[in-house]
Design a binder for this molecule. Structure first.
Ligand SMILES: Nc1nc(=O)c2c([nH]1)NC[C@@H]1CN(c3ccc(C(=O)N[C@@H](CCC(=O)O)C(=O)O)cc3)C=[N+]21
Length: 289
């Protein structure tokens, strides 16, 4: 079975559109600001896709593009401006940033109430503590959970193996799966005998940035394979971290690239923009009372 992220994403649009309409009827316009520093070609595509989806749903989308020489202080000032702007509900600073800018400092500068990526330490902490509060979570792993749920793939008691230890995908993915009752193994670029781990995975999530790292023989028959890779092959074609052609015959369910995880990342970003918008409005009502 091929897991169709694009299809799920489009299905979820309908309810989000309704939600936007009902917010607008109350005079609330959800608004997302995406800050893109530099001219990384992949980032341009992702940011364009986010903007298109927001427009489609009726969410106000601002893409603030800055040159690759933009300084850290300039970026901190820009974030501060959006933090203070009450019409803005979510702020996303597209990663990676040019090398003169410290990503950690930037993530911490975004107001907690507008941290639509869920990258701030307190939101990461809530995730790892399995907090029952509402808080934003990194969009890619959260979108993967939505996808698993849609296909009734329950992680409970399953062995989930994560390949890749990034803050954006690998680490939060493991936490979400653990919170959902999976047995989680983290592997990464330093793991010896990686295949021995991946072959025991009921759910295999691969996020390394290495094209076709995972072969058909690395997959357990019947496993669910989630490919987060966005790589280019020798011919410049977009491919994943998994050799899809080979792995699809072994896996029980598998995501394609493109059309798998990518669209779900964007859908989750929109969902969390709406959540932050509603939360901001609730706080405002409390101060009025
Ligand atoms: N602060 C921040 N938050 C992010 O959520 C974030 C980020 N930085 N930096 C980079 C990663 C990557 N990411 C993607 C978004 C959309 C697609 C996407 O639209 N993919 C399409 C096609 C892409 C293409 O054609 O190249 C697909 O898979 O079908 C992919 C990847 C968000 N990220």
């Amino acid at each position: 079975m091929i897991i169709n992220g694009k299809k799920i994403s489009n299905e979820l649009d309908a309810s989000m559109k309704k939600e936007v309409l009902s917010l607008k009827a109350k005079g609330i316009e959800p608004k997302l600001v995406v800050i893109l520093v530099g001219d990384d070609p992949a980032s341009q595509i992702y940011v364009r896709n986010k903007h298109r989806k927001a427009i489609k749903l009726g969410i106000k989308s601002i893409v603030d593009r800055r040159s690759k020489t933009f300084s850290q202080n300039e970026l901190l000032d820009l974030i501060d401006t959006y933090n203070r702007d009450e019409s803005v509900h979510g702020i996303l600073v597209q990663l990676p940033l040019p090398k003169q800018i410290d990503e950690t400092a930037i993530i911490r500068a975004i107001a907690a109430a507008k941290d639509v990526d869920g990258f701030r330490p307190e939101n990461v902490g809530k995730l790892f503590a399995n907090s029952k509060e509402h808080y934003p979570v990194s969009c890619t792993p959260k979108g993967i959970m939505t996808m698993l749920d849609y296909y009734h793939i329950d992680p409970k008691g399953q062995h989930a193996v994560i390949v890749g230890d990034s803050n954006i995908v690998g680490r939060p993915m493991g936490a979400l799966l653990l919170n959902a009752g999976a047995t989680v193994t983290y592997t990464h670029i330093l793991t010896k005998n990686l295949s021995e781990f991946t072959r025991t995975a009921d759910i295999l999530v691969v996020a390394t940035g290495v094209a076709h790292l995972i072969k058909g023989s690395d997959v357990k028959p019947g496993a669910t394979v989630i490919d987060v890779g966005m790589d280019r092959d020798e011919n410049g074609k977009l491919v994943g971290d998994v050799d899809f052609e080979a792995a699809q015959h072994v896996a029980g369910a598998i995501t394609p690239v493109p059309g798998g995880v990518g669209p779900m990342t964007i859908t989750t970003l929109m969902q969390q923009t709406l959540e932050l918008t509603k939360a901001a409005n609730r706080r405002q009502l409390q101060t009025v009372r």
